[in-house]
Design a protein around this ligand. Sequence first.
Ligand SMILES: [Mg+2]
Length: 281
Amino acid sequence: MNAEISARLRGAAGFIFDMDGTIALGDSKSGGHRALPHAIAVLETLKAAGTPFVVFTNGTAKPPAAYAQSLRNAGFPVADGQMLTPSSSAAIWLAKSGLTKVRVLGNAGCAAPLVDAGLDVIGPSDEAEGVQAVYTGWFREFDFAALEAGCHSLWGGARLVTASNVPFFATENGRAIGASYPINAMLSAMTGKRPRILGKPSRVAFETALGVMGLPRSAAKDIIVVGDDPALEMRMANDAGASSVGLATGVMSADAELPEHSRPSCLLGDLEPMLAALQAG
Ligand SMILES: [Mg+2]
C-alpha cells in the first residue's frame, strides 16, 4: 500500500464496510458468520480511535439487528445501529418519495425495516389496489403467485425498486445466487420496467451510511468504502467521490480487469496492510 493511500486511511472521516467476502463469510447452512483474517482487529482499531464506521451488506435475508448479532457472535464490535441493509436505505427513500404503499417481494427480514418505518407493507402475493412501489429483495420462497401479484402492481403504475441487482455474492461454500437479480429479470421482462437500486451501489445507500455515521454529504471525499465486489462497493465509492479498498477475498480476483468506474483506489489480498496503515497512525 502506498503512502498516499495509507494517509487517506488514517485521515478518513468514516468507513463503510461490506460484510460477505470482506470482513466475514456467511455459512449458508448454519446462517452464522466467520470472521476473515484481521477484520476484527481493523474494526477494533477504528472503534478505539473513535472513527465512525458502518457495515452495509447488500443482503436482505435478515433484519439489520440480526446481522449485527451474527457479527458480534463472530467477535466483531458492531452495534445494531451500525448495521445497514438495502432495506434500511429503501425505507428512508420510499418514505421521502411518498411511496408508502409497498408490495415487498421479500421475506420477513427484508420487509422488517419498511414495517419499522411505518410504511404500508403488502405481502408478496396479497391482493391490493393502489400499490405505489414493488420492492424486491431476498426471497427464496418466490413463486408464480408473487410474480403475478408483482406484475399487476407494476402494470397498475407502481415503481419497481430493488435491494440489489447483482447475480452473485460470496459465501463460505462458494458463490451463491442473489435472489433479487432473477426476480428483477422476470419482472422487467413482463413489464418493461427497470429496477431502481436502493442498496449498493446507489447514492441512496451511500448517503444513508453517511447519515447513520452523523456525517454531512460534504464528507464524501473523506469516506473509505471497503469491499470485495467492484460492481457494488467500488462503483458506489467512485460515483460518490469517495475512496475504496478492494479485497480479493470474495467475488473479486486480484488480477481482475475492471472498468474505470469499478476500480478500487487500492486492491489488497487481505486486510493486513490496511490494519498496519491504521495502526501506524
Ligand atoms: Mg461482498
